[in-house]
Design a binder for this molecule. Structure first.
Ligand SMILES: C[S@@+](CC[C@H](N)C(=O)[O-])C[C@H]1O[C@@H](n2cnc3c(N)ncnc32)[C@H](O)[C@@H]1O
Length: 358
């Protein structure tokens, strides 16, 4: 096997439309980092930074736009034949098995950005069986604590298709899912694709909802988020001038008030354990409205909102929206989720000021 200098130390993934903001985050965390190649839109090879120090920094202060990182610790050229799996197995045996912790569950995550090569499933199966036999570490694809990442693509510095591989603790990859691509199964009863955003937010931010809590859904139409909240046994007040899906209308635990969020606030609003807001609205206006809504949240209340972003000036808009939100909330997390398009999702709890006044 030809020995190559590693073409990168990190493979970084972001939404293709937000790569510029992801790279800003990278530069802020690791100024010497530089991009050495692009395997696909939003999938970048990065050099000049140590994966583990970058991951440790982001583990404490997670980025918003970088969705996933994995280490590049070994690399081999692939040729598109049946030997490719054996080439990767050799690399694993020779350079990576020593980094697999035998007592921790592991998984192999493969992403392939070159046509006509192997299928991810075949690579995962072959390499996980090798890891299991060689280290006795248990395979657990649902809750792995360490990941063998395999990224296959055209790497100019290596003269063609190559496999880039590395081993890391799952929590260092920023997402438990290969490339941060958290997919949910479509359900027959699903009302809108927006449901996936809320499911992903609840999971990513580790949000627990109180049993039979009371929730307010701002901008609820057609009702996807309301349906998700009903699935978690919340009583939902859904605010939107638009229609709710008829399947929700017969549910006594859903109350649809056909009005704007501004109009509801101006009336005699109630108090809630959770406010969710997916309103199609300028991010700063939406943040201002959330500040006005903060007194309606119980002291240990939580809020989840999307901030819709235009094509330009997104960073300044996010910073301003955060500044506004901090008047009434603590920002517990903010992520550009896999299911977000031109927006980010923010998780809020009531700030100390909010708690004092309730
Ligand atoms: C992206 S959709 C919400 C989708 C919803 N989360 C779901 O899961 O089905 C945005 C909604 O915001 C609503 N909206 C926009 N401005 C609003 C306002 N001022 N008050 C209430 N709803 C508003 C729109 O009517 C629209 O239905």
């Amino acid at each position: 096997m030809t020995i190559f200098n590693l073409p990168a130390t990190v493979c970084l993934t972001a939404d293709p439309d937000f790569t510029d903001l992801a790279l800003n985050e990278l530069r802020a965390a690791a100024p010497p980092a530089r991009t050495t190649g692009t395997l696909a839109p939003g999938v970048l090879l990065i050099d000049g930074v140590d994966f583990f120090s970058l991951a440790a920094t982001w583990h404490v202060t997670p980025p918003i736009f970088v969705r996933h990182i994995c280490p590049v610790m070994a690399a081999a050229r692939l040729y598109g034949g049946e030997d490719d799996v054996e080439i990767m197995a050799d690399l694993l045996r020779g350079q990576l098995l020593e980094y697999v912790e035998p007592s921790l569950p592991f998984s192999v995550q493969t992403r392939i950005f070159e046509d006509g090569l192997l299928k991810p499933f075949d690579v995962n199966r072959a390499l996980s069986s090798l890891v299991e036999k060689a280290t006795a570490a248990p395979l657990d694809v649902r809750a792995p604590q360490q990941i063998l990442s395999v990224v296959i693509g055209n790497v100019a510095e290596m003269g063609g298709a190559a496999a880039l591989m590395g081993v890391s603790p799952t929590l260092y990859n920023l997402s438990d899912w290969a490339g941060g691509m958290r997919r949910f199964a479509r359900e027959k009863e699903q009302i809108s694709r927006a449901e996936f955003k809320l499911l992903e937010a609840l999971e990513v931010f580790g949000i627990e909802l109180p049993p039979r809590g009371v929730a307010l859904d701002l901008g609820a139409s057609p009702g996807g988020w309301t349906r998700v909240l009903r699935g978690r046994e919340q009583y939902v007040t859904a605010i939107d001038p638009g229609e709710l899906d008829p399947r929700l209308m017969g549910d006594p635990a859903v109350r649809h008030l056909r009005m704007t969020a501004e109009a509801y606030l101006a009336g005699e609003p109630e108090r809630f354990d959770l406010i969710v807001n997916d309103m199609r609205m300028d991010a700063r206006d939406s943040a201002r409205l959330m500040v006005d809504y903060a007194p309606l949240l119980y002291a240990d209340g939580q809020a989840i909102m999307t901030l819709k972003l235009p094509a330009r000036g997104r960073r300044a808009i996010i910073e301003r929206a955060f500044e506004i939100l901090r008047q009434a909330y603590e920002i517990q997390g903010a992520r550009q989720l896999f299911h977000n398009r031109s927006e980010i999702t923010v998780y809020l709890t009531r700030g100390a000021i909010g708690r004092e006044s309730s």
